[in-house]
Ligand binder design. Structure first.
Ligand code: ZN
Length: 100
């Protein structure tokens, strides 16, 4: 009596078939429905990021005008006290840091 070891045992074949049925019946979205959902998202005012609405936020920067005894260095563009003017060229002043 010869035994065919290549033949799939009946119980194994049955479990394979059962798992295949489970995959087929699983509720997975097919490619077409995914594309449709993406199209619907695009039509709604672009992409909304939850918690990212900063339109109500105001960027508050207090602008302090340059005082009479201050100057803006023409090299580093920092506002410095007039005593730090190291060099003046034309109407531009340069601070002691930039002039060394
Ligand atoms: Zn400077």
């Amino acid at each position: 009596m010869a035994t065919d070891y290549d033949e799939v045992r009946p119980d194994v074949a049955e479990s394979r078939n059962a798992s295949l049925q489970a995959v087929r019946s699983a509720n997975t979205p097919d490619a077409r429905s995914v594309v449709r959902e993406m199209d619907e998202t695009d039509t709604v005012d672009g992409v909304e990021l939850p918690g990212a609405d900063l339109s109500a936020e105001e960027l508050i920067i207090q602008v302090i005008p340059q005082a009479d005894d201050e100057f803006t260095c023409y090299s580093c563009f920092l506002v410095r006290h007039r005593s730090q003017i190291a060099r003046k060229k034309d109407s531009h002043a340069y601070c002691s840091d930039c002039e060394g």
